[in-house]
Design a protein around this ligand. Structure first.
Ligand code: ZN
Length: 143
């Protein structure tokens, strides 16, 4: 088994096209032995986004704290979501996330291990942006 605190997992900048002010921590990943699902915590800082995209696998999302807009391009709208809400994004349904100037959001994403990149379609060609890294405590520093 693996047990880990979020702050022991290094946050990585999300470098997908058009991503802004977004990091993720791979809490449970394939190197840990996961062979069906991975568990990732995302953190979107103010004025952040992950660009609308779609892919051949589902997301199961749980909002931990803060709030954000869930962008649904097919429906031409953005819904505000907050703590305690669970969201299911079926395969191939376009979706994205966005925060305003006073918003941050942390949420968990459960996704299958096998995610063929050829089907990951980003609906943006903008470069990613990030200005500051969130807190990170290595295992060595932990008391
Ligand atoms: Zn997605």
């Amino acid at each position: 088994m693996k047990r880990v605190h979020r702050t022991e997992v290094k946050a990585e900048i999300v470098r997908e096209p058009g991503a802004k002010e977004t990091t993720h921590r791979k809490l449970i990943d394939t190197p840990d032995g996961a062979d069906r699902f991975v568990l990732t915590e995302f953190e979107v800082a103010p004025n952040g986004s992950t660009p609308p995209h779609h892919h051949d696998w589902e997301h199961e999302i749980y909002v931990l704290d803060g709030s954000m807009g869930l962008v649904l391009p097919d429906q031409g709208r953005t819904e505000q979501v907050g703590p305690g809400e669970a969201i299911f994004i079926p395969r191939d349904e376009p979706h994205g996330f966005v925060t305003g100037p006073d918003q941050t959001c942390r949420f968990l994403v459960v996704a299958p291990c096998e995610r063929p990149p050829v089907r990951n379609v980003f609906l943006s060609e903008d470069p990613y942006e990030y200005t500051q890294m969130p807190e990170y405590t290595s295992l060595l520093e932990r008391k």
